[in-house]
Design a protein around this ligand. Structure first.
Ligand code: SIN
Length: 530
C-alpha cells in the first residue's frame, strides 16, 4: 500500500499543475496509466485562451464563453476562470513554456491566434503543438520535484470510500485500487486527498481527435462511487479532423480557420455563410452540424478546408506539425484543400464540482476536463479547456491549503487487499475487443452530432446488454488495462445516453430532431447513482 498526503490521478495540465503546487505541503503520488506524457493535454494544438491584449477585456472573453455555452454557463464561474487566467499563464511561462512571440516596433509581443466563437485574437500558442510544449515543461518540473512520485503504467480501478469499507463514519474517499500493469498486480494508494484529473472520454466514439487514454476513467470511477455527474450529453465534436481512408484521428486545428481557412463542400463551394453570419468562425456546435448536414445532403464522405491563400513557407512555419502530417497523408495544404470530417473532441460535462474542484464526496476533488464546473455550459468555447485546467488546479490547491490546519483526516483507515476473480480464458478475451468496437460504433451511429429519441432508445437498450456482459467479465476474470478501460467506456456511454434522453430540447451540443427548439427552462442534467 502506498500512502501519501495527496493522490493525483492523471498527468495532464490539471494534474501536474496541482501536484506541483501541493508538493510544497506534503508528499504527492501521481498515478497515470501510460507514460506521464500520454494525456489529452499533450495533443492540444490550438492553444490556451487568455486575455493578454490591451484591446481585449475580461468582459469580452466572458461574453464569448457565455454565448458559446447557450445559456447553461455559470457566469460567476466563467468570470473567475477568465480573470484568473493571466496569473496562470505567467506561471506556465515561469515553468519555461515557450509561447510564440513576434516583433512589433522592435519589441517582442506575444502572438495571439483566433478560433471559432472568439470575438478577438486571444489564443496563446506554441506553433501548433501548444499542449505538448506545456505538458513537457510541467512534466519535467514534476519529475524534478522530490516530493512527487510518478507512478506510470498504473491504471486506477476504483475509488475506495469509507462506506465501501463498511466504516461507520461520514462517507469519504480514502484512496484507490490500481493495476500495476508491468507487475500484473493490483496495488492500493491510501490518501485523504484524492484528485481526479483524468481528462475526457473521446474514445467512447468511433471517430475522435483524442488519444487512446481518453476513456472516461474519472467520470466512471466517480459515478460508481456515488458522486454527482452533470451534463454528460454535451459532447463536443470538433469540426475538422483529417479525413483519410485509412482512418486517423489527427486534429486539423481551428487555428487554421482563425488564419482565414475556408470550408468547402464536395462541389468546391464555401457553405458556412448559409448557416451562420460568422461563417467558418462560428462556434463549434454550429460548424460541426453544418458539416454533418452538408455531408448528408451531398452524400460526400468529407468536406474540405482550404488554406491555399497562404504560402507554403507560412504554413510550414505557423503549423509545422499539421503541415507535415498532411504531407505524410499525401495532401499538400498549400496546393490542395485538406479533407476533413467532424469527430468527438471534448466532454463538456463531467463530475459536478464547484469552482475549487470540490465534488459531492468528501476527500475527492476533480479538476480539468473530467469536471463540470459551469464554465462550458452546453458548448465549450475553443481553447478554454487548458485555461480551466490551470485555474482549477490552482484553486483546488489553495482551498486545500486553507482547510488543511482544521481538517480531520481519516488517517487510521487501512485498505483491505484486492480480491477478485483470476480466471484466464483466452477464448473469452474476444469479448473485450468485440465490445470495445461495438460501443464506439453504436455511440457514433446513434448518439453523435444529430440525435433522435429512437436512436437514443436503441443505444440505451444495446448498452444495457453490453454493460451486463462487461461487468460479469470484470468480476470473474483477471483484470487487464483493456478490460478496465472497457468497463469505464460502457459506464460513461450509459451516462451520455441517459443524460441525452433526459434533455428534451436542442441546446448547444445536444441537437435532436425530435425536439429541435430550445426549452424556456434552463437546467443542468445532474445524475447520481445512489
Ligand atoms: C483546436 O486546436 O482546434 C482545438 C482547440 C480546442 O479544442 O480548444
Amino acid at each position: 500500500m502506498h500512502r501519501t498526503d495527496f493522490l493525483v490521478i492523471g498527468s495532464g495540465i490539471a494534474g501536474l499543475s496541482f501536484a506541483l503546487k501541493v508538493a510544497k505541503l506534503g508528499s504527492v503520488a501521481i498515478v497515470t496509466k501510460r507514460q506521464g506524457i500520454d494525456s489529452n493535454t499533450a495533443w492540444a494544438q490550438g492553444g490556451i485562451s487568455c486575455v493578454t491584449d490591451e484591446d481585449d477585456s475580461f468582459d469580452l472573453h466572458v461574453a464569448d464563453t457565455l454565448d458559446a455555452g447557450a445559456g447553461l454557463c455559470d457566469e460567476s464561474v466563467v468570470r473567475t476562470i477568465v480573470s484568473e487566467g493571466p496569473e496562470r499563464i505567467q506561471e506556465l511561462i515561469d515553468y519555461g513554456v515557450d509561447f510564440d512571440y513576434h516583433e512589433v516596433d522592435g519589441e517582442q509581443v506575444i502572438s495571439l491566434g483566433r478560433e471559432g466563437g472568439h470575438s478577438m485574437r486571444r489564443i496563446l500558442h506554441s506553433r501548433d503543438t501548444t499542449g505538448r510544449e506545456i505538458e513537457e515543461k510541467l512534466l519535467a518540473a514534476a519529475q524534478a520535484e522530490p516530493n512527487i512520485t510518478l507512478f506510470e503504467h498504473h491504471y486506477a480501478i476504483d475509488l475506495i470510500t469509507t462506506s465501501k469499507l463498511g466504516l461507520a463514519t461520514e462517507n469519504r474517499c480514502v484512496g484507490i485500487y490500481a493495476l500495476d500493469e508491468k507487475e500484473g498486480e493490483v496495488v492500493s494508494f491510501r490518501s485523504d486527498r484524492v484528485v481526479l484529473a483524468t481528462g475526457g472520454s473521446g474514445k467512447v466514439y468511433l471517430y475522435t481527435s483524442n488519444p487512446d487514454v481518453a476513456t472516461g476513467d474519472g467520470v466512471a470511477m466517480a459515478w460508481r462511487a456515488g458522486v454527482e455527474v452533470a451534463n454528460m450529453e454535451f459532447i463536443q465534436f470538433h469540426p475538422t479532423v483529417l479525413y483519410h481512408p485509412k482512418g486517423t484521428s489527427f486534429l486539423i486545428s481551428e487555428a487554421l480557420r482563425g488564419e482565414g481557412g475556408v470550408l468547402l463542400g464536395g462541389d468546391g463551394e464555401p457553405f458556412m455563410a448559409k448557416y451562420d453570419e460568422r461563417k467558418d468562425l462560428a462556434p463549434r456546435d454550429i460548424v460541426a452540424r453544418a458539416i454533418d448536414t452538408e455531408m448528408k445532403r451531398t452524400g460526400s464522405r468529407c468536406v474540405y478546408l482550404d488554406m491555399r491563400h497562404h504560402s507554403k513557407e507560412y504554413l510550414e512555419d505557423r503549423f509545422p506539425n499539421i503541415f507535415q502530417t498532411c504531407l505524410d497523408h499525401g495532401v499538400d495544404p498549400s496546393k490542395e484543400p485538406i479533407p476533413v470530417v467532424p469527430a468527438a473532441h471534448y466532454q463538456c460535462g463531467g463530475i459536478n464540482t464547484d469552482i475549487n474542484g470540490i465534488t459531492s464526496l468528501k476527500g475527492l476533488y476533480a479538476i480539468g476536463e473530467v469536471t463540470c464546473t459551469g464554465l462550458h455550459g452546453a458548448n465549450r468555447l475553443a481553447s478554454n479547456s487548458l485555461l480551466e485546467g490551470a485555474v482549477l488546479a490552482h484553486r483546488a490547491s489553495e482551498h486545500i491549503k486553507a482547510i488543511l490546519p482544521k481538517e480531520r483526516p481519516a488517517s487510521d483507515v487501512e485498505l483491505p487487499k484486492w480480491q477478485r476473480g483470476d480466471a484466464e480464458d483466452v477464448d473469452e478475451l474476444v469479448v473485450i475487443y468485440h465490445n470495445w468496437d461495438e460501443i464506439r460504433r453504436l455511440m457514433w451511429d446513434y448518439v453523435s452530432i444529430v440525435r433522435t429519441d429512437k436512436r437514443l432508445h436503441r443505444a440505451a437498450t444495446r448498452l444495457a446488454n453490453l454493460k451486463r456482459e462487461v461487468h460479469e467479465f470484470y468480476w470473474n476474470f483477471k483484470i487487464t488495462g483493456d478490460l478496465l478501460e472497457l468497463r469505464n467506456l460502457v459506464d460513461v456511454a450509459g451516462l451520455i445516453v441517459e443524460s441525452a434522453r433526459l434533455r428534451q430540447e436542442s441546446r448547444g451540443l445536444h441537437y435532436t430532431l425530435d425536439h429541435p427548439e430550445k426549452s424556456t427552462e434552463l437546467r443542468d442534467t445532474i445524475l447520481t447513482r445512489y
